[in-house]
Ligand binder design. Structure first.
Ligand SMILES: NC(=O)c1ccc[n+]([C@@H]2O[C@H](COP(=O)([O-])OP(=O)(O)OC[C@H]3O[C@@H](n4cnc5c(N)ncnc54)[C@H](O)[C@@H]3O)[C@@H](O)[C@H]2O)c1
Length: 252
C-alpha cells in the first residue's frame, strides 16, 4: 500500500512555472496526481508541464492564470474541470516578495502589488474552487504562506502582512468547510533558494538565513514534501494549521 497516494486525483498548483510551485507540481505528479501547472508566465508553465508529462504518463498540462484577476481564477477552474472533471487539490503558491525597503520608502503601488498577488490571489482562487469541492464533499487546499507572516521580517512589511493574512485566511476557511470533507492548511517556509530571492538584497537574505537554527536555506523539494502530506487523503484530521518548514526558525 502506498501512503499519501494521489492516483486518479487532479491537483492545481498556482505559480508552478518555477521554484517551489514547480517542485510541488513534480512531487504531486510523482504521487499519482494529474497536475495543472498554472502560472501567469504561460511559456514557463508549458515547459514545466511538458517535462512532468514526459516523466509521468502525460499527467500534466499548463493553464494560464493571473491570480490577481478573479475572472482568470474562475476561468482556470473551468478549464481544469473541462479537462479532468474534478479538482481534488488546490495549492495557492503564486507569490512575490515585493521591494525590500523600509516602510517609509514603500509606495502605495509597492504595497498593493504585493497584496494583490499574495492575498487577493489566495482569496480569488480559493473562492473559485470551493463550490466544486463543497459539492463533491472532498478537497485539500494548501496555502503557501511564509515564516515572515509569523515573525515579521524588517524591510518586508507588505510581504509579512500579506503572509500573516494568508495564515489567518486559512484558519477561517478551514472552519467554514470542516463539515464538507475539505481540509485547508498553510505552510510557512523560511528562506528557500529560488528566483524570488532576486527581488531581495544579499543583506536581506543573510538576515533571514542567520535566524535559521539549521543555518541553511531550504530546498523547494523540502517544502513540496510537507505540501504532499497536506494535499493527501491521509491529512484528514488536520485543518486550519500553519506548518513550518523553517529549519527550526519558528517553533510555535
Ligand atoms: N523562496 C523563499 O524563500 C520563500 C520563503 C517563504 C515563502 N515563499 C513563498 O513560496 C511561494 C513560491 O515562491 P518561490 O520562491 O517559488 O517564487 P518564484 O519567484 O520562484 O516563483 C513564483 C511563481 O509565481 C508566479 N506568479 C507571480 N505572480 C503571479 C500571478 N499574478 N498569477 C500567477 N502566477 C504568478 C511566477 O510567474 C512564478 O512562476 C510564494 O508564495 C512565496 O511567497 C517563498
Amino acid at each position: 500500500m502506498a501512503y499519501f497516494d494521489l492516483s486518479g486525483q487532479t491537483a492545481v498548483v498556482t505559480g508552478a512555472a518555477t521554484g517551489i510551485g514547480e517542485a510541488i507540481a513534480r512531487r504531486l505528479a510523482g504521487a499519482g496526481a494529474t497536475v495543472a501547472v498554472a502560472d501567469i508566465h504561460f511559456e514557463g508553465a508549458e515547459r514545466v508541464a511538458a517535462s512532468i508529462a514526459a516523466e509521468h504518463d502525460g499527467r500534466a498540462f499548463a493553464v494560464a492564470l493571473d491570480v490577481t484577476d478573479p475572472a482568470s481564477a474562475n476561468a482556470a477552474v473551468a478549464a481544469v474541470l473541462a479537462r479532468t472533471g474534478r479538482i481534488d487539490i488546490w495549492v495557492n503558491n503564486a507569490g512575490i516578495a515585493g521591494k525590500a525597503a523600509p516602510l517609509w520608502e514603500q509606495t502605495d503601488e509597492d504595497w498593493h502589488r504585493v497584496m494583490r498577488v499574495n492575498l487577493d490571489g489566495v482569496f480569488y482562487c480559493s473562492r473559485a474552487v470551493i463550490t466544486h469541492m463543497r459539492e463533491r464533499k472532498y478537497g485539500r487546499i494548501v496555502n503557501i504562506a511564509s515564516i515572515a507572516g509569523k515573525e515579521g521580517n524588517p524591510n518586508m512589511t507588505a510581504y509579512s502582512a500579506s503572509k500573516a493574512a494568508v495564515i489567518a485566511f486559512t484558519k477561517s476557511l478551514a472552519k467554514e468547510v470542516a463539515l464538507d470533507g475539505i481540509c485547508v492548511n498553510s505552510v510557512a517556509p523560511a528562506v528557500v533558494r529560488t528566483q524570488i530571492l532576486e527581488q531581495l538584497t544579499p543583506e536581506q537574505i543573510d538576515y533571514m538565513t542567520q535566524r535559521i537554527p539549521m543555518r541553511r536555506t531550504g530546498t523547494p523539494e523540502e517544502i513540496a514534501a510537507v505540501v504532499h502530506y497536506l494535499a493527501s487523503p491521509d491529512c484528514s484530521f488536520v485543518t486550519g494549521q500553519c506548518h513550518d518548514a523553517s529549519g527550526g526558525r519558528a517553533t510555535y
